[in-house]
Design a protein around this ligand. Sequence first.
Ligand code: GLV
Ligand code: MN
Ligand code: MN
Length: 414
Amino acid sequence: MIPLAIDEQRLQRQIDELAAISEAPAPIVTRVLFSEADRRGREFVRQLARTLALEVREDAVGNLFARWEGTDPTQPAIATGSHVDAIPNAGRYDGVVGVLGALEAFRALKASNFRPKRAMELIVFTAEEPTRFGIGCLGSRLLGGALSPERAAALSDREGKSLEAWRQQAGYAEKDLSSVRLAKNRYAAFVELHIEQGPLLERENIPIGVVERIAAPSTLRMDLTGVGGHAGAVLMPDRHDALLAGAEIALAVEQAARHSGSPDTVGTTGVFRIEPGAVNSVPFHAYLEIDLRDTQRSTRDAALAQVESAAEQICQRRGIGLNLERLNVDAPAVCDAQLVKTIEGVCGQLGLSVKKMISRAYHDTLFMAAVCPATMIFIPCRGGVSHRPDEYSSPEQIKNGVAVLGHTLAKLAQ
Ligand code: GLV
Ligand code: MN
Ligand code: MN
C-alpha cells in the first residue's frame, strides 16, 4: 500500500473554519442553499481545491467538480464527494467530512507522489438538504436523471422565488438545466464518505461502515386552507381551523409509521407553519412538509397512501381545502457489491474492522448509484447524533475514514 500521511489536525482546522461560515451563531451551523453562507462555503471549498491544483468547474445548478487529471484521460474518472449545505440548526460534520475529507485524501495522495491513471473528481453536490425547495439531493437528482430539468425549473421556495431566479442570481444560469445530466460512462465509480448519523458503529466499537443499501425517502407537501376569524367571535361549531387539521394529519403520519408492520418505517412532519400566526386569530392556512421513509419500498408506499387518505378524510370532515403534492417518492438504492468488497479489502489491509450497513439517511449516493457503481464509507458519530449542533466525530475517527477513502480511490484509479 502507498503510505498515506493523513493530517487530521489540518483537516479539523478546515472543518472548524467551514463551520464558522454559518447563518446562525456557533455552535449552530446553518447553510441553506443560495444563502450568503452557502455561497461563502462553496468559495471556501473552491479555494482549497485550487491550492491542490485541481481543475474546478460548476454546472448549471451549481454542482462543483474539482478534477485531478489522470495519466489516461480517456478512461472514465473515479468520483467522490458529498455536500456542504446544512439544514437549520445543524452541526459541522454532515456532508462536510465527505468533501473536506476527500480533499485531504487527494492532498495526501499527491504528497506521496501518487499519479492516478483514471482522473479523480471531487463532486460537491448542490442542495443535498431539502430546506429551500422541499426536495433533497437537488444536484445529484439532476445529475442522475431522477428529476427532470422541467420539474426542477418549476421548483420554488417559501417566498415563491423559483430555482430559475436563484440560478440567475447565483450566476449559474448561462447554461440550461438540461446540461446537468451526466453522460453515460462519465464515471467508473462513486464513493461517498459520511458520518453514520446513527448509533451502530459507536455502539459496536467499529471504526468503518460500508453501505450496501440506502433507504427509500419520500416527501409530501400539504397546503391546508381553512377559514380565519376572530378568536373571540367565531364560535367553535363554526370553525374551519387549518392548524387543527394539520395537527390531526401530523398524528396520522405518526400512526402510519408506527403501524406499518415494518420497524424501519419513520415519519416526520418537520415543517408546520400557520397563518396569520396571531394569538387572537383562527389559523386560516397551514403548510406542512412530511418526510416518510423505509428500507423497503412496499411498506413506505403503504404508509404514504395511508397518510394521503387520512389527510383527505380529515380535511373533508373539517371543511378544509387540501392541496397535496408528492415532492419525491424514491426507490431505495442498492450499492455495488464489488465496490463494497474493495472497501472491505482496504479496511483489512489497514487493520480496521468494518461493518456492512444500511443507510437510513439519504445521500447523493442514492442518485449517483443510477449513474455508476456506487457506495459509501461511514464513520462513527457520537451518540448517533446528527442534524444537531452537537453532532461530533473525533479527528481520529475522521482520519480512519479519510484513509479508507484515499486508499480506495487510489485502487480504483489504477
Ligand atoms: C439527509 O440529510 C437526510 O435527511 O437523510
Ligand atoms: Mn443532512
Ligand atoms: Mn449528509
